[in-house]
Design a protein around this ligand. Structure first.
Ligand SMILES: [Zn+2]
Length: 314
């Protein structure tokens, strides 16, 4: 990770960036001589590609967007090789929302709605507690190397940002400020965190810097986040705090589904169940819920999936 000169943010040309903001990008930043770090992300193409394959009314896009942006921010905070998943489960009309982000900048997500009528209706109230009811949010970290980690936080606030702030307050005990914004076209967010004392040891001075950073972050609007380049917005918000911005990372919609994984899914339901499915429809079709890719398996595939018992398939 390379440092970019902080003059990078100063040299913005607002007349062009106002109309042509670059999206699908995440930036990490720090405030010099403080222990505060941050991140900023805006998604547009990756967001639309992610919801394209989901069947829900466009009134739910902002909620879905908040999960995507939240996953992208958290995967970057944790700086590990692997996948971070945010998963909300409840018993409301929307019973499942999931968003994943990898260290490579790939994002994808799912919303599951049980009642067909609810899939096409306009949700005027997109309060998370209304949509999901009494539910929980699980944060899962699946590193390529090492142990899987899971943290759980109740859905005890009307939006994802507040639930995640509660999570950080309880589990990490690091002051954390998360703002998530989304509409039908864009989603994004701003993340600030105060790390354990290194640069500043005076508790009073730490609190003062944190308060200033939080106060400045609170002035951000959705229009600014979606209309300005990240670096321009960071300069506009934090120019009084010596904000050092790191090299950006591109975010794109990418699905990790494969034919091989679908085979594993068939294997997990067992031979008898797979056989009866095959008899019903002559083919077993598995549709990826993230990207809509269809994988079809016939009799010879089943013989391949259950090799030991292949002779009984005929
Ligand atoms: Zn897929």
């Amino acid at each position: 990770m390379q440092d970019t000169d902080k003059t990078n943010a100063d040299s913005s040309n607002e007349s062009t960036t106002e109309t042509q903001a670059a999206n699908d990008i995440i930036h990490r930043f720090i405030f010099d001589k403080t222990d505060i770090r941050g991140e900023i992300v805006t998604l547009q193409n990756s967001f639309s590609q992610a919801y394209e394959h989901q069947s829900f009314h466009k009134s739910l896009r902002p909620v879905f967007g908040e999960f995507l942006a939240g996953a992208a921010l958290l995967s970057e905070v944790l700086k590990f090789e692997g996948t971070l998943t945010l998963q909300a489960k409840g018993e409301g009309p929307v019973n499942f929302i999931m968003a994943e982000a990898t260290d490579k900048g790939d994002v994808r997500g799912i919303i599951r709605i049980l009642d067909a009528h609810d899939r096409v209706r306009d949700f005027h109230n997109t309060d998370l507690q209304e949509l999901l009811g009494n539910g929980i949010i699980t944060i899962t970290i699946d590193p390529v190397k090492g142990q899987r980690y899971q943290g759980i936080v109740p859905i005890d606030a009307p939006n994802l940002a507040q639930c995640l702030e509660h999570y950080f307050a309880q589990s990490e005990q690091l002051p954390t400020d998360i703002s998530l914004f989304a509409n039908e076209e864009y989603c994004g967010g701003l993340f600030l965190q105060c790390l354990p004392a290194q640069e500043i040891t005076s508790a009073e001075e730490r609190a003062e810097k944190w308060e200033t950073a939080q106060h400045l972050a609170a002035t951000v609007s959705a229009d600014e986040l979606f209309g300005l380049n990240n670096t321009d917005l960071l300069y506009r918000l934090f120019h009084e705090m010596e904000c050092r911005v790191f090299e950006p990372k591109h975010i794109s919609f990418n699905c990790s589904c494969t034919r091989e994984r679908s085979k594993n899914a068939i294997q997990s339901i067992g031979k008898a169940e797979a056989q009866s499915l095959l008899q019903e429809r002559n083919v077993i079709q598995i549709d990826c819920q993230f990207c809509g890719q269809q994988y079809s398996f016939g009799e010879s595939d089943l013989a391949d999936i259950f090799p030991d018992e292949s002779e009984t398939l005929h």
